[in-house]
Design a protein around this ligand. Structure first.
Ligand SMILES: [Zn+2]
Length: 350
């Protein structure tokens, strides 16, 4: 096996160790379940190398190793995000969640008009919910297109690029949020540390991260099924135990955690039976009719055929988790954090 230019090996970003347990191996790229991922994968050359998800023996951080290099992942994103495949964005989901996320944060901030920075603010939907409540909002975003639409939505300029280039004064903010950001970063620990320095004493940090202590992950391991939470864009994965250790290390105390399992689908046994008979679940490309290039044909590689028993097993598992995710929507437990996505509200120590 030879190293390919698209692959690099790394050590643990938290503790610097390299002893790990391999939890999962990414399917070969042409077998990735999401059509947009198979499309992006066409821009990559991994040779005979495989991508693994590993858990650090020393601290418990879960990370991709080896992983795509910075230039390879940029090529991947360019290919994926320049196509009209639907289900790429998460903005629609965020609209419903923004009010809930802020309602948990507001009582923790004793200020009439809190100052807030949303790092990786996307189209600005979360900031809009805060602005409508009278908060003073600011945002940073890597995508020029998203930053432009956020600026138009909010009527305030959005910083394009790394928030650290904004040079905001340390200790100046009441609230800093990073929703679906940290897991994409190449060096998340220092980035998070820099975000925390922006908070006033007793300021609140809100993060949204993938949870690999979820019920679905445990069941997938038991059934020796690939856990759909492991995806090619997410370089890091967390557990409640690790995040407690990390945030304590960064000078924060956790006030509240909650979790959910993102799913746009309602559990429906009739649809599931139809899907078992006709096609593999979640395997088809859909073209967004509102896309800027209507009628575009997508060169999405077809998914490898799946055997009938495998289809049944996958569909039973999907049905189970569509049910669990719907039942657990709005779940407000503080210790039973078993969903695939974790929310953490933490306060900066004085
Ligand atoms: Zn470690």
């Amino acid at each position: 096996m030879s190293e390919t230019p698209d692959i690099e090996r790394v050590v643990c970003d938290f503790c610097g160790q390299d002893q790990t347990t391999r939890l999962e191996t990414l399917p070969i790229l042409t077998d990735l379940p999401l059509p947009m991922h198979r499309l992006g994968a066409m821009a990559l050359d991994l040779g005979s190398q495989r991508i693994h998800f590993c858990k650090c023996h020393s601290c418990g951080l879960v990370y991709m190793n080896p992983r795509l290099t910075e230039s390879a992942i940029a090529r991947f994103y360019d290919t994926v995000y320049s196509t009209p495949v639907s289900n790429i964005g998460y903005e629609g989901d965020l609209n419903g969640r923004g009010a809930y996320l802020l309602s948990k944060a507001a009582p923790l901030i004793n200020t009439f008009q809190p100052s807030m920075l949303d790092i990786g603010c996307g189209g600005g939907q979360f900031l809009k919910v805060a602005q409508d409540r009278g908060w003073k909002v600011a945002g940073s975003e890597l995508s020029k297109v998203a930053a432009k639409s956020a600026g138009a939505l909010l009527g305030v300029p959005i910083h394009v690029g790394d928030f650290r280039d904004m040079r905001p004064p340390s200790g100046s903010l009441d609230f800093v949020s990073l929703l679906e950001v940290i897991e994409h970063l190449r060096a998340p620990i220092d980035y998070l540390r820099d975000a925390v320095t922006l908070l006033k004493p007793r300021g609140i940090l809100l993060i949204e991260i993938p949870n690999v202590a979820s019920l679905e992950y445990s069941v997938a391991r038991l059934l020796r099924q690939y856990y759909r939470g492991f995806i090619i864009e997410h370089l890091y994965y967390f557990t409640p135990t690790f995040i407690r250790r990390l945030l304590t290390d960064l000078g924060l105390e956790i006030v509240f955690m909650s979790s959910w399992t993102p799913s746009a689908r309602y559990p429906n046994p009739l649809r599931d039976i139809w899907e078992i008979m006709h096609r593999s679940p979640r395997a088809t490309a859909s073209v967004d009719p509102a896309s800027p290039t209507p009628g575009a044909t997508l060169p999405v590689p077809p998914l490898k055929p799946v055997s009938f028993p495998q289809r049944v097993l996958r569909q039973v598992n999907n049905y189970m988790f569509d049910t669990v995710s719907k039942l657990s929507e709005g779940w407000k437990g503080s210790s039973w954090v078993v969903g695939n996505t974790l929310y953490v509200w933490a306060r900066k120590r004085e």
